[in-house]
Design a protein around this ligand. Structure first.
Ligand SMILES: [Cu+2]
Length: 123
């Protein structure tokens, strides 16, 4: 009789640990729902490496921006961003406020005036 008792206790123990293991292994991490979008903005007024870092600094500081790359040869800025947090128009505004044209959004004149001489295209 005692033996059966021990056996059943062991069985219950096995079942419980089996359940526990199953639960912990099935709880895999789901990646966050992706809201990421990549856009390339024409930044035709950039002149030099300083322009590149000015824009990169301005855009990368915006909440929701995941990555920003300015291409000096192509005069374009590629931004990977969370479209739940911002849109292309607000990115254009950020670049404009740094002193540069962004797509059809013209530069903020005051910001442009404050740029170093090498970053001014004279327009
Ligand atoms: Cu420059």
């Amino acid at each position: 009789m005692y033996q059966y008792f021990v056996l059943s206790v062991m069985l219950i123990g096995l079942l419980l640990t089996g359940c526990g293991q199953k639960q912990s292994s099935s709880g895999g991490e789901q990646p966050a729902a992706t809201n990421l979008e990549t856009t390339t903005i024409s930044t035709s007024s950039i002149m030099c490496g300083m322009c590149v870092s000015t824009i990169e600094k301005a855009v990368s500081g915006v909440d929701g921006v995941q990555n920003v790359e300015v291409n000096l040869q192509e005069k374009s800025t590629t931004v990977k961003f969370d479209k739940a947090k911002l849109d292309i128009a607000s990115l254009e505004k950020t670049i404009s406020e740094a002193g540069y044209d962004a797509n059809e959004t013209l530069r903020n004149r005051e910001a442009y005036d404050g740029l170093p001489g090498c970053c001014k295209d004279g327009k």
